[in-house]
Design a protein around this ligand. Structure first.
Ligand code: AHM
Ligand code: MG
Length: 338
């Protein structure tokens, strides 16, 4: 079998993709090395003292797990020295991470969730790293980019992807020319092309949602979930329910099998306000770019995720992503209620 690495794939597609420059390839290579280091640590998690919490709380008010911190440190340490970035943002850090002092800089911006699904770390369930890449719009040499330069409209992403640390470690990514999946062959230490041109089925059979939030949802959201459980679906029978609680793993399964992942807005019992949980910049936007490139859709229920311009680094959004027909059905039900 012909075995194509990520770098070869980028070079082979250089003609079609303006993204496949040497600098972009360096960025991806550094990301891959970071993911291999994280993958190694995740794989031996039960053997070394990396399970459990650090004792700290992150910017999201969540308890930080040791592996969260490890993954975040690996990415910041490696990517800061890559020479191709001008700034980074991580789910774990409140502010922008600037490329300090005398380190070489480039004009790419990297936003990442270092270890998504971290509540699953200690029980051996698949987790992942999500990344989103932009270019700095106006390069003012020597100056660090402002938050405004980083918070670009989500359709300005030049690449997006994720690593999934599962029964095998995979990288799935897009530069705007289709979605391609690479599986880590541990015997040679390379990600090899295993899933070229991934396309999500137009019609799914699976819905993924944390249904325990039923009492915190508004009526249109309840109507949506009731539809997928009813006998009146497009399938003429209820969809199957699958929810891992790890976005990367739920998304990856639905990408391959078809289906819809939903994290609707839920009501905060203290404030009465409705809000999504997932972060626009490091979770929803990259997954939205991937799904659209794979023929699916991503919305907040009604509006396209890639049309959002983030108002803050850690903005949260309701998120509906997956097969085209299923996401359209949600839009129809929610649109009627507006
Ligand atoms: P995290 O980035 O802190 O791990 O949170 C995101 C995760 C997603 O992976 C997953 O889809 C969701 O949170 C699960 O949330 P819940 O437990 O509320 O269903
Ligand atoms: Mg996350």
């Amino acid at each position: 079998m012909q075995q194509v690495t990520v770098t070869e794939h980028l070079l082979l597609n250089q003609k079609q993709s303006p993204m496949a420059t040497g600098r972009f390839t360096s960025l991806i290579s550094e990301l891959i090395l970071s993911a291999k280091i994280i993958s190694r640590e995740v794989t031996k998690a039960g053997l070394v003292d990396v399970l459990g919490f650090t004792g700290d709380t992150n910017v999201q008010g969540e308890k930080v797990r040791k592996l969260d911190e490890f993954a975040n440190n690996v990415l910041i340490h490696r990517m800061r020295r890559s020479g191709v970035l001008c700034a980074m943002a991580s789910e774990e850090n409140g502010d922008l991470i600037q490329i300090s002092g005398d380190l070489p800089k480039g004009d790419y911006i990297l936003i990442f969730d270092p270890l998504d699904g971290s509540s699953n770390i200690d029980v051996n369930v698949s987790i992942g790293t999500i990344f989103s890449i932009y270019r700095r719009p106006l390069k003012k040499s020597g100056e660090n980019p402002t938050l405004e330069e980083v918070l670009q409209r989500c359709d300005k992403q030049v690449a997006a992807g994720y690593f999934i640390y599962g029964s095998s470690t995979m990288m799935v990514f897009t530069t705007g020319a289709g979605v391609h999946g690479f599986t880590l062959d541990p015997s040679v230490g390379e990600f090899l092309l295993s899933h070229p041109n991934m396309m999500i089925p137009e019609q799914g059979r699976i819905y993924s949602v944390n249904e325990s939030y039923w009492n915190y949802w508004d009526n249109p959201t309840k109507d949506v979930i009731s539809y997928f459980k009813s006998t009146k679906t497009a399938l003429g029978q209820p969809y199957s329910s699958r929810y891992i609680g790890s976005l990367v793993a739920d998304f990856h399964r639905n990408l391959l099998y078809g289906g819809i992942f939903m994290y609707p807005a839920k009501q905060n019992p203290d404030t009465g306000k409705y809000q999504g949980k997932l972060r626009l910049t490091c979770e929803a936007a990259p997954m939205a770019m991937i799904i659209e490139q794979a023929g699916g859709l991503a919305t907040d229920g009604v509006n396209r995720i890639l049309d959002y311009t983030p108002s803050e680094l850690h903005q949260r959004v309701p998120f509906f992503v997956g097969s085209r027909n299923d996401v359209m059905t949600v839009k129809d039900i929610m649109g009627q209620a507006e």
